[in-house]
Ligand binder design. Structure first.
Ligand SMILES: Cc1ncc(COP(=O)(O)O)c(C=O)c1O
Length: 359
């Protein structure tokens, strides 16, 4: 090969890359952490039957559904940092809230059980069935001993969380509320660590992916984009939102990433344009499955024996299917899919999932 045409990284580039990896690793190791993830790195596995079925590029899945705690998912990594922070603040009670079928609330319930922390969850219904049935994630939250309140009116959630915090504090309890603005970068930094795992795993597998697909609202994407940018990776992160919401989400992701970079001393600055977050696969609204998502969910299950979820990952997979079908991806470059978990929600969405064409 003519050395002038050789685009492979030279020895100097490789040593710069290794130095950045070591710096990111050391910076993350400096953060207080409670161990919750069973095995790291999570596997990066090929999806050969799905790739063939779609006639697309070689597909790989980063199995963050296998983080281990209570059926796993992306939040388990985040809780390693945020609950260490809670512990260091002297917290004895955690108060938070999300949707009734929240994967976050399931994972924090298990983590609090493991750490001996009392947990209050104020949950908002997304569908009528959420008020009637205790299934999927909601069932598991109760199994882990969380004190669960399902609101009648989803619009009063913020107020009810604040009221519960006031009530507990007035009893002299030391209360911690996770995922607030001044600490949400801790959650994102867990995904800077995933970027590091991905870069190393791709090197081991000798693959150079063009894209990483994922479902993300904010912290997951903030962290993985920050990590890959810091490591000068050419992988483009293409995310699909589970929820509508204005362009300010990208501004928010940049804010979270920069807060995290500053916290651990990374010399990098991100801006809103660095965050590709597509809202066109949300469907009606958050928490309502789409036909395209359910098709992707069934296809992945039947071709690879792999479970996605009805609210998040299936919508991102539908986005990946569409990009492949539209010819938007180089068929020769591998593509990664970040599986952020959520399959216990399948049981809370059984009637939607079972309606998928059985033919
Ligand atoms: C399965 C799954 N994927 C993706 C996300 C989005 O994560 P983030 O809020 O960090 O963007 C969530 C959030 O709860 C989730 O449960």
């Amino acid at each position: 090969m003519n050395p002038d045409n050789d685009t492979r990284p030279g020895v100097a580039d490789v040593s710069v890359a290794h130095a950045r990896e070591a710096k990111l690793e050391a910076a993350l190791a400096s953060l207080p952490r409670v161990p919750l993830v069973s095995v790291k790195p999570t596997p990066l596995e090929p999806l050969p039957r799905l790739s063939e079925l779609l006639g697309g590029p070689p597909l790989y899945v980063k199995r963050d559904d296998l983080t281990g705690l209570a059926f796993g998912g992306n939040k388990t990594r985040m809780l390693e940092f945020s609950l260490a922070h809670a512990r260091d603040q002297g917290a004895e009670v955690i108060v938070t809230g999300a949707a009734v079928q929240s994967n976050y609330c399931r994972q924090i319930s298990a983590a609090c059980a493991r750490l001996g922390l009392e947990l209050h969850l104020i949950l908002r219904p997304v569908r009528p069935i959420d008020r009637e049935e205790v299934q999927g994630n909601h069932l598991l939250m109760r199994m882990f001993g969380a004190k669960v309140t399902v609101l009648e009116d989803p619009n009063v959630q913020k107020r009810e969380i604040a009221a519960r915090i006031d009530e507990l504090r007035s009893q002299g309890r030391r209360v911690y509320q996770p995922r607030l603005v001044d600490i949400d970068d801790l959650d994102a930094l867990a995904y800077a660590e995933v970027a590091l795992e991905i870069v190393r795993q791709c090197r081991e597998l000798s693959i150079e992916p063009s894209h990483l697909y994922a479902c993300a609202l904010d912290t997951t994407q903030s962290g993985v984009v920050l990590g890959l940018a810091y490591l000068a990776s050419p992988i483009h992160v293409r995310c699909f939102s589970p929820s509508p919401g204005g362009p300010e989400r990208s501004v928010e992701m940049a804010r979270i990433a920069n807060q995290g970079a500053e916290r651990i001393g990374l010399d990098i600055r991100m801006s809103a344009v660095d965050f590709d977050n597509d809202k066109s696969f949300v469907g009606d609204r958050y928490g309502i499955p789409t036909a395209a998502g359910l098709e992707a969910l069934a296809t992945v299950a039947r071709s690879e024996g792999l479970l996605l979820d009805p609210v998040y990952t299936s919508k991102a997979m539908a986005g990946l299917f569409a990009d492949i079908r539209n010819g938007g991806l180089d068929p020769d470059r591998p593509v990664l899919f970040l599986h952020t978990g959520g399959s216990p929600a399948l049981f809370g969405y059984a009637s939607d999932v079972v309606d998928v064409d059985e033919s």
